[in-house]
Write a protein that binds this ligand. Structure first.
Ligand code: ADP
Length: 617
């Protein structure tokens, strides 16, 4: 029903604090991750540990291999002792560490490592998808649960952006976080081996690494803020894309294609700039980090050889070790920063969710399937869209008797549609009460009441699907006969029967393949199909020719007494046969009666409207 939201007062969600609250986003993210994907996460972590172990074992085999190749490790400090330890382990299980055996074990370990690596990839991806799926559902639910006024005040594209682009950024961040964890696991394992070989040299490397990480704190913050900018520019581009595509027809008729193009192009450039800036920040950080690491390694080597006098074999192994661990540390810190860069998307998502939750409608009570048997009454109801604006409805009192056809007429902007929204429980009055058969209709019962209403908006909404699917959307259990009957009532049967695919005709994007009048009749059929207790038609026949309008009105007329109808119509001829007419002006009822009593009032407002439309009694 998004299309039925009258646009006035819509604001981007970005009007909220420019920087969504980052504090706590990481903790909230990690909690969500563990809750949503516990089992896959455990599997990934186990596989990561096994993967690191196979790497570590492969590495441990290097020492005996060197020995078998003729390298004498005796007297080479820790390296010699470890080589002997690994050889003894082979002997203990009855194997002689020959070259063939060692190479065979290498191949096996490599094979196992490949399999584990692939399992890790698949499960990491599964965690990513689980997180995205969970967040999409959670956000969609929060948006759909929010009250109508909140939705009207928000910008739809902000929701779309969050549901698609932001969530996929968070999914990628999840992947990065897991890859980073794997890198940390392997890094730690290598460090443990290095520590066993030379505690002094490894401690030096670790201390210098910690110093380097400390020195990079500021860069990480900058990358985080930059991530917020990427989020914000993407959001604006999304909003423009949706608005421009939806108003393409208007843009063409106003010759505004070039103007729109330049707006779009500027926003697109902003997105590109923000992304390149992000990459540049990353590149600068990586460059400094790598240079720092190399300097540290050189210093460590110097100290190890000249001061700690670490034996040459240990130096060789440690060099090999650091050569393997360094790229991992590099990519680990890169992945960590990329994760931090994407974290603002999660903060943004939390922000939207919190706002939606703050505006959530109470859940439907299972027993709240209400219906109208006597009357729906508004008592002194007032409503203002937002602070500072004049009330759209003020001190309104009216009665909609059950089974009657009631019309609301008045100039544009008088408050008729707002009154319909209030009668449907879509917006809650600021003051006054709405009573259904004498019972106040509070926030807890409005959803139950809405289930009993058939509503046709001025701008009908159809899905890009078949006519059948569009009808079934209103009532999934409707039979073919019921659908055809509803089409007849809405004067839509003939045109649907004339289509080559009948009920299975695709109506196009938002029903674009049909005429405005045909769309309106389908929307009417959809409302009839719901078997509502009350039918609200808001300018719902204004695009029909008088013949089709007459047929629709006849269908409504034929159910006089059993169906309560609220008709909002600009054309006064449409409401000629209403049981009760309310003339609305400035958000209140200024006159009421039936056609003849109202038109008899010489200086009445109804008569003025009627004369303006040059009608005759
Ligand atoms: P009508 O249906 O009689 O043309 P409306 O109920 O649409 O009148 O509008 C009544 C008043 O409320 C108008 O002043 C209009 O500008 C204002 N209004 C309607 N919808 C919104 C909205 N979503 N946000 C803010 N103001 C609104």
């Amino acid at each position: 029903m998004i299309d039925t939201c009258r646009l006035a007062g819509r604001t981007p969600l970005a009007d909220s604090p420019a920087n969504p609250p980052m504090k706590g986003a990481l903790a909230a993210y990690l909690t969500m991750l563990v809750r949503v994907s516990r089992w896959h996460l455990i599997s990934v972590l186990i596989v990561m540990v096994l993967y690191s172990l196979t790497e570590g074992m492969g590495f441990a085999l290097l020492l005996p291999t060197l020995q078998v190749a003729g390298f004498n490790l005796t007297g080479q400090g820790e390296a010699g002792r470890y080589a002997a330890l690994v050889s003894n382990a082979f002997v203990a299980v009855g194997l002689r560490p020959s070259l063939i055996l060692l190479l065979g074990v290498f191949v096996m370990l490599f094979g196992l490592r490949t399999v584990l690596g692939q399992m890790q990839n698949v499960w990491t991806y599964a965690v990513q998808q689980e997180v995205e799926h969970h967040l999409r559902r959670r956000l969609y639910h929060a948006i759909a649960d929010a009250n109508w006024l909140f939705v009207c005040r928000s910008r739809t594209s902000d929701f779309t952006h969050a549901l698609t682009s932001e969530i996929s950024r968070i999914g990628n961040a999840t992947n990065l976080a897991l890859v980073f964890t794997g890198e940390v696991a392997i890094g730690m394992l290598y460090m443990a081996i290095a520590f066993a070989l030379s505690a002094g040299m490894t401690a030096l490397v670790l201390i210098s690494g910690a110093f380097l990480a400390f020195a990079f704190r500021g860069r990480t913050h900058a990358i985080e803020s930059q991530g917020e900018e990427v989020s914000a520019t993407n959001k604006s581009l999304y909003a423009a894309t949706i608005e421009h595509l939806q108003s393409l027809k208007a843009a063409k008729t106003y010759g505004a294609e070039a103007r729109n193009f330049s707006i779009f192009s500027e926003l697109s450039a902003d997105v590109a700039r923000a992304n390149v800036d992000g990459t540049r920040q990353q590149a600068i950080a990586t460059t400094w980090f790598e240079l720092g690491s190399v300097v540290i390694l050189a210093v460590v080597l110097f100290v190890s050889i000249q001061i700690l006098a670490v034996p040459p074999a240990s130096i060789l192994i440690l060099l090999l070790l650091f050569a393997r661990v360094m790229p991992r540390i590099m990519s680990g810190q890169y992945h960590y920063r990329a994760f931090v860069n994407a974290l603002p998307s999660f903060a943004n998502l939390l922000d939207i969710e919190t706002r939606c939750a703050g505006a959530a409608e109470p859940a439907v009570h299972p027993h709240d399937r209400l219906s109208l048997t006597r009357e729906l009454a508004a008592d002194g109801v007032s409503f203002t869209y937002s602070e500072g604006r004049v009330p759209a409805v003020r001190d309104l009192s009216l009665v909609i008797p059950a089974g009657k056809i009631v019309a609301l007429v008045g100039p544009s902007g008088a408050g008729k549609s707002t009154i319909a929204d209030i009668l449907m429980g879509l917006v809650a009055p600021d003051s006054g009460t709405l009573r259904l058969d004498g019972r106040p209709l509070g926030p807890e019962s409005v959803r139950g009441w809405r289930d009993r209403i058939g509503y046709v908006a001025p701008d009908t909404f159809l899905f890009h699907d078949t006519i059948r699917a569009n009808l079934k959307w209103a009532r999934p259990d409707a039979s073919q006969d019921e659908m055809l009957a509803a089409l007849r009532q809405a004067s839509a049967f003939d045109f649907v029967a004339g289509l080559s695919d009948g009920l299975d005709t695709i109506v196009g994007d938002r029903g674009m393949l049909l005429s405005q009048g045909e769309r309106q009749r389908l929307a009417l059929a959809r409302a009839f199909l719901r078997r509502p207790s009350m039918l609200i038609l808001d300018e719902a026949t204004n695009s029909l020719d008088s013949e089709n309008e007459g047929r629709v009105l006849d269908a409504i007329e034929s159910r006089r007494g059993e169906l309560t109808v609220v008709l909002i119509a600009h054309r006064l001829s449409t409401i000629r046969w209403a049981d009760l007419i309310y003339v609305v002006e400035g958000g209140k009822v200024v006159e009421s009666g039936n056609w003849s009593s109202l038109s008899a009032l010489r200086d009445g407002r109804f008569r003025a409207l009627w004369e303006a439309q040059s009608l005759t009694v």
